[in-house]
Design a protein around this ligand. Sequence first.
Ligand SMILES: O=C(O)CCC(=O)C(=O)O
Length: 281
Amino acid sequence: MPKVLSEEAVQQYKRDGYVSPIRVMSENDAADILKELKAFEKKQGRPVYGVQRTKACLLFPFIYEMVTREKILDAIEDLIGPDILIYQNAAWLKDADGKGFVSWHQDSTYFGMDPWELVSAWVALSPAGVEEGCIEVLPGTQKLGMLPFDYSAMKEGNMLASGQRAIYDIDESKAVPMPLRPGEMSLHHVNLLHCSRPNNGAERRVGFSIACCPPSVRQTTKAKTSAMLLRGEDQFGNYDLNERPPVSPDDACTIEAHARAVELYRLKVVECGNDNARRLD
Ligand SMILES: O=C(O)CCC(=O)C(=O)O
């Protein structure tokens, strides 16, 4: 019996590669987390940027608290089982300036894994509807496996540091948007083709992706990333589990540990062929 998702939702994920929307917290809770993020940005005098956008739960205690929420982990457990590693956790901040976008891509091209059992959750902290440029998916494309890609989408405004675009004949008329209210979450498979369009809404679109896999998933690259066990146990040892909850984004040990984990992650991204990991720093 699934814990949060319906049986139909689990079947839909297997067939189409995504499920959305799932309410994982109240709008008030989402607003509180957003307030903490904005307070941090005010203090540092600039919005969260490149390196801080990666593995954010190792830097911000309020994001660590979010990714460990029971409802979020229950929904992820419904798809990948009770042993859950968090592998990546990215901030997706899209200004309401009609410029930022995400080119059509698969997450697998920078994750270097086997088998492809990773699920990406995406939690909205602000309105993330069609107007604000929510994620759009091409249902069923997770079954294509990992596709080749090029850098033809390396343009100003592309929020993917890599600037990559999947080499695939995309039929835009089949794209399905996944609009979310604050406190709602979508789930998509690591091989599902997805993109997002510019934010033409009234406010910055703020969301965090939470990429999780079971510890049995191997790393196929020479560079090995670290990860954190959020639930269950690891009987495989495929990842260095030295990642720890953050103390504060101002704490020197927290900053150093976060930077180390991001560096390992980026070494692997580069080995996977995505050369521009530092482009948005
Ligand atoms: O936030 C977006 O617009 C895109 C997010 C994305 O590509 C992802 O979470 O994998």
